[in-house]
Design a protein around this ligand. Structure first.
Ligand SMILES: Cc1cc2nc3c(=O)[nH]c(=O)nc-3n(C[C@H](O)[C@H](O)[C@H](O)COP(=O)(O)OP(=O)(O)OC[C@H]3O[C@@H](n4cnc5c(N)ncnc54)[C@H](O)[C@@H]3O)c2cc1C
Length: 309
């Protein structure tokens, strides 16, 4: 079985950044990636310094080439089994192949759970957005509908009200708004429609047209704002005995400042450990985790040499 000093599971911004930090330190690294980054539905990635507006898949393609140039091996596939510990070593199985590793980086991202509204999947990543930093500028001054789904929705309405004077709040889930939320929306001059959304409708060109409400009305829209429920893809961590932490937005893998989880030898980076991390923050946490693993390995090597002296 081929052995690597570190196996990185997930090759998005976080995983590739971790691999590059380790590869540049001449560590043996394998990245196993299923190739479904969270933002693959979007055409552009914003707030990516030096690469503003780049296509998300192009960014990762460049990252893969950079990692490979430092000796990192990358294979496509889904890791379906992770066993072992720091003491015994880890064993990773993907697509019928098994590998062993001294350290693990979980950079598996998160899953956005969207409400089951027909048409929403089609608009997601294009005219249906969750994040003002990712998509806000692109929909400035447009007719924006914020779907009231939970406590995050009022915050989103506030964020998007910076970008357009034309915001309407559709209170899809009646429990989304408490008195304080209502006061916030009123203070911002954002009208609230107390209806659930039945369907998202598109025009003949395929562009977003309107939302159809439960009472049969159509409200026209150029953009939708939707708060997804975010859960770290953490089944592998759970299978090792790890436990997830709760956040108002969903669940995630708790790490320390260097990306170390509660399980020795297992690190996590990107959206797996920080639900709010955008591309650059995900990459930064990957770099930190890679550097932390390298420092850990150096310390162990030094101790071994000193013990033999
Ligand atoms: C629609 C949308 C638009 C966005 N736009 C922006 C933007 O403009 N700017 C910005 O900064 N951020 C944006 N984001 C956020 C951005 O997607 C995340 O910050 C970023 O993807 C996090 O990187 P990551 O490496 O943690 O996870 P991901 O990019 O999701 O990568 C995780 C990788 O791990 C793989 N994986 C998961 N499980 C396994 C497994 N078991 N085995 C092997 N591989 C596995 C996945 O297939 C994937 O390739 C957007 C998000 C969405 C949803």
């Amino acid at each position: 079985m081929e052995h690597f000093e570190t196996i990185v599971i997930g090759g998005g911004s976080a995983g590739l950044a971790a691999a590059i930090a380790l590869g540049r330190s001449r560590r043996t690294v394998l990245v196993i990636d299923e190739g479904q980054p969270r933002n693959e539905a979007a055409q552009h990635a914003h707030n990516v310094l030096g690469n503003e507006g780049i296509n998300p898949l192009e960014l990762l393609s460049r990252g893969r080439q950079e990692a490979i140039s430092y000796g990192v091996q990358i294979i496509e596939g889904a890791v379906d089994r992770l066993t072992g510990s720091l003491d015994t070593g880890f064993r990773v199985t993907a697509s019928g192949q098994s590998f062993s590793a001294g350290r693990i980086v979980l950079a598996t991202g998160l899953v956005d759970d969207l409400p089951a509204i027909p048409g929403l999947d089609r608009a997601w990543g294009d005219t249906a957005a969750h994040c003002a930093y990712c998509h806000g500028w692109e929909v400035r001054d447009q007719e924006i509908l914020v779907l009231g789904l939970g406590p995050m929705s009022t915050h989103q309405a506030m964020m998007f009200s910076q970008l357009s004077p034309n915001i309407t709040f559709i209170n899809h889930n009646p429990s989304a708004l408490n008195d304080e939320n209502r006061a916030t929306l009123a203070a911002l001059g954002i009208p609230v429609i107390e209806q659930s959304v039945q369907e998202i409708e598109f025009d003949a060109q395929g562009d977003l047209d309107s939302v159809k409400l439960a009472d049969g009305r159509n409200v026209s829209a150029q953009a939708l704002v939707v708060a997804s429920k975010m859960n770290a893809q953490a089944s592998l961590y759970l299978s090792l005995g790890g436990q997830l932490a709760e956040h108002p937005l969903g669940t995630f893998i708790q790490v320390d400042d260097m990306g170390a989880t509660a399980l020795p030898g297992v690190y996590a980076a990107g959206n797996a450990s920080n639900l709010g991390a955008m591309v650059m923050a995900a990459a930064a946490s990957g770099t930190i985790a890679g550097a932390a693993i390298n420092a850990d390995l150096l310390g162990k090597q030094l101790a071994k040499v000193q013990a033999q002296a």
